[in-house]
Design a protein around this ligand. Structure first.
Ligand SMILES: Cc1cc2nc3c(=O)[nH]c(=O)nc-3n(C[C@H](O)[C@H](O)[C@H](O)COP(=O)(O)O)c2cc1C
Length: 363
């Protein structure tokens, strides 16, 4: 069924405008009679943030912004889904066109700017599936025109903590002016105090893990501060990371590369994996990390794990490789564990981190 989904849909999606293609993919997922995913190999099981993940491969934020298809994504074989980003009030995001496919680079540039149905609509959808199996988290952001950004995160947490498996504080979207300044030490200290406090106060919630998602463009000095604060505030984990505002010189689609926005996909792999390793050595095991950025194969997923990721997420790889990618990654991970003599994925986490931090900075 999954192979059929890719074979029928992929050629059509490639002919469409990227945003129309995405809407069609969501509609197809909503209506396809997907069978329940086959049980995963026990070796792929991961314990993190107090949750048990059947496998480490998740859907990154942005694919299912409004929590319309989380259970269908789980049926494709993902070990977890991060829905969102959601903002407190509905907002349209930036004017179109705002999503660009760089086919020759297996990359995407987006400047969607948090188009969102708003927290009420998303909370209702998550509440309706709350008792269904599977780990479904939610990525939260701030409205573009808000004056107190931290208050927006607090509002989202209060509403979503009772219905989400985990919450991700996204301070790394490049498409809301000023949002990434929340990664600066003083602002982040204040934000983390307030979001942790909101999570503790959220009524009726089993204590939802709170994760912090950062940009791959931070300086290492900034990263020292961010990881230090995440540790001090006892954040449950970090996601490394979001899209980059950088444009690697290797990009072949030079005209599209000039579009403003965040770059994702294969050209992001080297930088995001290096930042993951840098975060791992600074976190010293205080919390688990999720690695995202340019994963489009089992080898790329395993490289993220060895750089320090307990779990991985992908989005752009799905656009170029189709939904069969998740099964391929899981099969390859099991093979690579056998070849490397790893009984659990945990044994591989961070194996290469120190060595990676000694390499020249990726171009
Ligand atoms: C179209 C699009 C929308 C995204 N929206 C969000 C978002 O709302 N919140 C967020 O934290 N990350 C968002 N991301 C970033 C992804 O979650 C991910 O961190 C990034 O794309 C790197 O992974 P990839 O190379 O596998 O795509 C978005 C990415 C894309 C391509």
């Amino acid at each position: 069924m999954i192979a059929l989904f890719d074979r029928l849909l992929a050629p059509l999606l490639r002919t469409l405008d990227p945003e129309q293609a995405h809407a069609l993919a969501l509609a197809a997922l909503k209506h396809a009679p997907l069978p329940r995913a086959a049980p995963d190999d026990q070796k792929l099981r991961v314990q993190a943030f107090g949750l048990t993940f059947p496998n480490p491969v998740g859907v990154a934020a942005g694919f299912d912004k409004n929590a319309e298809v989380p259970d269908q994504l789980l049926r494709l074989g993902f070990g977890f889904v991060e829905t969102g980003g959601v903002t407190p009030r509905p907002q349209p995001g930036n004017p179109r066109p705002r999503l660009f496919r760089l086919d020759a680079d297996a990359a995407v540039i987006n400047r969607l700017g948090f188009n969102s149905d708003g927290v009420e609509a998303v909370a209702a959808r998550l509440a309706a599936r709350k008792d269904a199996p599977g780990i479904v988290g939610i990525n939260i952001g701030a409205n573009k025109d808000t004056t107190d950004r931290a208050a927006d995160y607090v509002a989202c947490i209060e509403r979503l903590a009772p219905v989400a498996s985990f919450l991700t504080v996204n301070v790394s979207s490049p498409n809301t002016p000023g949002l990434r300044n929340l990664q600066e030490a003083t602002a982040l200290d204040d934000l983390l105090s307030r979001v942790i406090d909101a999570r503790e106060r959220a009524k009726g919630a089993a204590r939802a893990p709170l994760l912090l998602k950062i940009a791959p463009d931070l300086t290492l000095g900034d990263l020292d501060d961010v990881v230090g604060l995440a540790r001090r505030h006892r954040i449950d984990g970090m996601i490394v990371g979001n899209t980059t505002i950088g444009r690697p010189p290797s990009l072949r689609e030079r005209a599209k590369a000039t579009e403003p926005g965040g770059l994702s996909g294969r050209p992001l792999f080297a930088l995001s994996t290096r930042m993951l390793a840098e975060t791992f050595v600074r976190a010293e095991g205080a919390f688990p990390l999720i690695g995202a950025g340019g994963i489009d194969s089992g080898a790329a997923a395993f490289a993220k794990i060895k750089a320090g990721a307990s779990l991985v997420q992908l989005y752009t790889g799905l656009i170029f490789r189709g939904v069969g990618l998740v099964g391929a990654i899981k099969r390859d991970l099991v093979d690579m564990m056998r070849i490397g003599n790893f009984d659990t994925l945990g044994q591989a986490v961070g194996r290469d981190a120190a060595a990676l931090t000694a390499e020249p900075w990726p171009a």
